[in-house]
Design a protein around this ligand. Sequence first.
Ligand code: HPA
Ligand code: ZN
Length: 319
Amino acid sequence: MPLPKAELHLHIEGTLEPELAFALAARNGITLPYEDTEALRKAYLFDDLQSFLDLYYGLMAVLLTEEDFEELADAYLARAAEQGVRHAEIFFDPQAHMVRGVDIGTVIEGLGRALDRSEERHGISTRLIMCFLRDQSAESAMETLEAAKPYLDRIIGIGLDSAEVGHPPAKFREVYEAAAAFGLRRVAHAGEEGPPAYITEALDVLGVERIDHGLRCMEDPRLVERLVSERVPLTLCPLSNVRLRAVDVLEEHPLARMMDAGLLCTVNSDDPAYFGGYVDDTFHAVREALGLDRERLRELARNSFEASFLDGSARDEEL
Ligand code: HPA
Ligand code: ZN
């Protein structure tokens, strides 16, 4: 039986399995530049974050209608349930769809249809986190926040993803301030490929409550001390880090050292259709590669609820 857990770092577009991509392409009359699912899978050899993002944004071409987004989310939730997920805080990338002429309402309503049935159908409570693409302008992020206004009751918070290096968190100060004024929670990817200073900036300038990835904090002992003393959660994604070459092999992943240092670590799947495993597969992989014992795995599962945006009573129930 997989441990009950929350998943806090999951891009819904990154759950698009090749089979569903081809099915949606056929339904929508789109020709993919791959012969079949096998040929597509063979393209999943990445050198870095950007080489992954190029394929990830390209494959989104098949997502057009509310039904497409509903099917995508429902397929993820079904797999997540098998992996012991009880609560999921799900990222989506509206700008990657709006640029293709898909309305933000189509994305949110479509995902919402699946999320509305999730507790009943899959036993998973859900929240949505809207991410801004950091390699797009701050103005574009602000326009996206504006466009999301009619749907804010469906969104718990905002995040920041896409190509990190050269796009420091401070670029988005104003949009984070505006989102905070709307009562939205704040998270951001930082310290995946970018330097430890981006983690500090995300905390101090954007006021984030969690850091997505945060791996590179280990290069700065004073930052580690701060993250420990402020109990800032890190949503780590070890399989992603290997596939995108942030670490060479899983055996060298700093997760165990990070837990030893007292950091509030969680383990997540990021883009599971691309990185070779869903969240419980990731728990198994780190257990094998890093020799984590059952108590360590339980700690990671407990941390996932502590770091979640569940409110007090729902969180205490899971803990
Ligand atoms: N990093 C940044 N952006 C992303 C990722 C990631 O791991 N996955 C999807 N968008
Ligand atoms: Zn991510």
